[in-house]
Design a protein around this ligand. Structure first.
Ligand code: URA
Length: 221
């Protein structure tokens, strides 16, 4: 095995590739709120020229994530759209505006939660990210979860649900339940873009949000 790895490294070196850029999987120790924020800012800069998949070829911005790195709630969407690619910020387009309203409806300000996506660069014409693109990006989201250590994660849509929960079950079967990712309670709902396309999803999405609100505030009505 070691010989094969050495041969591969030699081949890369002969092709002019001297290093492989891959974010190290870090065990994040207990951090103060300020340290968490600082670490995420560092990571955002460090990864901003990522070229680990073909999506980097068409991007304007690497869209890492926004919000409160000390929030107890983390939201995970699919990938940046046109507006997010332009600005470098997550969920700022039409779907993002709806997401802001959905959060407000359960008394959350979007600045008080942390929001990010499964892939950090915009897929062409907003197509679903391909499996190798998701794989190339997966260490970023794992690391964000490890740094933020939220108490709750809301997975928005099929791409987020399938990749974080490692399942292929339909979204309709995944919602309404609580999953555990280490100590984190994970719930699934529709992606705001799905609500914009099909208003029949609005009612179940509202049920999901209310359930999340109740989980986060177990002692309040
Ligand atoms: N859709 C997503 O999944 N993420 C965004 O940031 C914007 C739209």
């Amino acid at each position: 095995m070691k010989q094969i790895v050495n041969q591969y490294l030699e081949l890369l070196s002969l092709s002019g590739i001297e290093s492989i850029k891959k974010p190290a999987k870090i065990e994040v120790p207990e951090l103060t709120p300020a340290e968490k924020e600082h670490l995420l800012q560092q990571k955002r800069i460090e990864y901003s020229d990522c070229d680990m998949c073909q999506l980097h070829l068409g991007r304007t911005n690497f869209v890492y994530g926004n919000g409160d790195s000390n929030s107890k709630l983390m939201l995970i969407g699919e990938g940046p759209g046109e507006q997010e690619d332009k600005t470098g910020d997550v969920f700022v387009g039409v779907a993002g505006q709806l997401l802001t309203k959905m959060l407000t409806a359960i008394n959350l300000n979007r600045d008080d939660v942390y929001i990010c996506n499964i892939v950090k660069c915009r897929p062409p014409a907003n197509r679903n990210p391909l499996p190798d693109e998701v794989k190339a990006c997966s260490s970023y989201i794992q690391e964000q979860i490890e740094i933020i250590k939220p108490e709750f994660i809301l997975l928005l849509g099929r791409v987020a649900a399938h990749n974080i929960l490692k399942t292929t079950s339909p979204l309709s079967q995944l919602r309404g339940k609580t999953y555990k990712l280490d100590d984190i309670q994970v719930v699934v709902s529709y992606h705001p873009s799905a609500l914009l396309r099909n208003s029949s999803f609005k009612k179940p999405a509202w049920v999901d949000l209310q359930r999340l609100r109740d989980m986060m505030q177990p002692n309040e009505d």
